[in-house]
Design a protein around this ligand. Structure first.
Ligand code: NAD
Length: 416
């Protein structure tokens, strides 16, 4: 992910995508400019006490990119490389993602510049509480609703919720989502990103008149998104022929044993019998029907796009296909289901978590998954129809759809 800190544009990649939409007359120059700046950005430097008694100052961010359609929504990332630029880009993508899913939320994102592996659980709790204290005035269930992201989880959300409720002096579980079920979380949230991706993939297969059974799938990244996707796709009769994580790649044309993969991941090291190890580059370039990048950004770029043999690419990771590669894959007839649609299932169930918190009435896993299915199916239909109507890629269709939905709200508010 290339982030341009100096300019008003969120990142060179988003700027490239937006410029391509202008070049194709899909949005105007003034619409591009309108989306080039976040509405609110907060930088905080806050102290927290370490286990040895010393006090350290940490830097954190919260960006509210656009809130025309509802409160800002987006995760909080703990990472040593977090920067204002990266948080802006991710907040921008969240605005588009919520608009594509057509849920009444805007886009936001937060981050703390910290390598969480270097801190004890007690230190992480104090840092989490101190960060929420530092941003508490701008968040709220009707203002801006954080959630977990890279290196944060349900426990971190529970600490943050507790700290925020001390500040407001009442229970407000809807201020944060991705909470453990015991403090107001939703059933189905843990695998909702993968399930949302699987739902849109099934809809595309239906349109292409391809049977799910027997489709050969390669998954890069076997964390939350990738491992749940493997399980759900195997349950639907698809064949997982490749799986990788940061330390290994496993490949077998006849299919890997998914139960074995999941068990080995739980035990610490990804493993499957009868699997070949390939170089990370070769791994992505194997013959398959569906390629799922579920790890990092820029997995497919101009450097390897020409050797990608998949028919469908499902972007469970954020920004795994670079703008130039995306265009080339479209010209080659590869269907790329873009991140803002493919991985929107997580934020959709976060939204459903907020609805349950607001009504203080909680649904079963089955009901949550039915609602997720309904929302993702509609989002897929909207993007598919837009792409057919204008003969444009799914990514361009998703961007245009999202930008138009946000602009409609801005116009009605008299802001654009
Ligand atoms: P995670 O930390 O649970 O898993 C990441 C996985 O990627 C791990 O298996 C890790 O070993 C692997 N990985 C890292 N570097 C790799 C490399 N070079 N090659 C192959 N594998 C590598 O993260 P996650 O929650 O599964 O998120 C994965 C991606 O999906 C991220 O881009 C994230 O932004 C995106 N995403 C996740 C969610 C969600 O709800 N989890 C929602 C939207 C988007």
């Amino acid at each position: 992910m290339v982030v341009d800190e100096e300019t008003a544009l969120v990142s060179t990649e988003s700027a490239v995508f937006l410029q391509k939409l202008v070049d194709k007359n899909l949005i105007s120059e003034s619409e591009k400019q309108f989306f080039s700046k976040p509405r609110k950005m907060l930088l905080v430097n806050f102290p927290a006490r370490l286990d040895d008694g010393s006090i350290k100052l940490f830097s954190g961010y919260r960006v509210q990119y656009n809130t025309a359609r509802g409160p800002a929504k987006g995760g909080i990332r703990f990472h040593q490389d977090v920067s204002f630029g990266e948080v802006k880009l991710l907040a921008f993508l969240m605005s588009l993602k919520c608009a594509v899913a057509n849920i009444p939320l805007g886009g936001g994102k937060g981050g703390v510049e910290i390598d969480p592996r270097k801190y004890s659980a007690g230190e992480l709790e104090r840092i989490s509480r101190a960060y929420i204290n530092a941003i508490k005035e701008i968040i709220g269930e009707r203002k801006d609703i954080p959630a977990p992201d890279v290196n944060t989880n349900g426990q971190v959300m529970a600490w943050m919720l507790d700290e925020y409720e001390k500040f407001v002096g009442e229970k407000q579980p809807g201020v944060i989502t991705g909470k453990p079920i015991a403090v107001g979380g939703s059933h189905g949230r843990s695998y909702s990103t993968a399930l949302g991706g699987v739902i849109v993939l099934e809809k595309l297969l239906e349109r292409l008149k391809m049977q799910p059974k027997g489709q050969r799938v390669i998954i890069q990244g076997f964390g939350n998104a990738g491992s749940h996707a493997a399980r759900l796709l195997a349950e639907r009769g698809m064949k997982i022929i490749g799986a990788s994580d940061s330390s290994t790649t496993l490949f077998n044309e006849s299919g890997l044993d998914v139960a074995e993969l999941l068990a080995s991941k739980g035990a610490g090291a990804l493993f499957a019998k009868n699997a070949r190890k390939l170089s990370p580059a070769d791994f992505l370039e194997q013959e398959c029907d569906i390629l799922i990048p579920a790890a990092l950004s820029d997995a497919i770029t101009g450097a390897n796009e020409g050797r990608i043999k998949a028919k469908i690419v499902l972007e469970l990771a954020n920004a795994p296909v670079s703008p130039g590669a995306d265009e080339k894959l479209f010209e080659k007839g590869v269907f790329v289901i873009p991140d803002i649609l493919a991985n929107a299932g997580g934020v959709v169930v976060s939204y459903l978590e907020g609805v349950q918190n607001a009504s203080n009435y909680y649904w079963t896993e089955k009901v949550v998954n039915e609602k997720l299915d309904e929302i993702m199916t509609q989002a897929f239909t909207d993007v598919f129809d837009e792409s057919r109507r204008k003969n444009i890629s799914f990514r361009n269709a998703a961007y245009v759809l999202a930008i138009n939905r946000i602009l409609t709200a801005e116009k009605l508010r008299g802001n654009y």
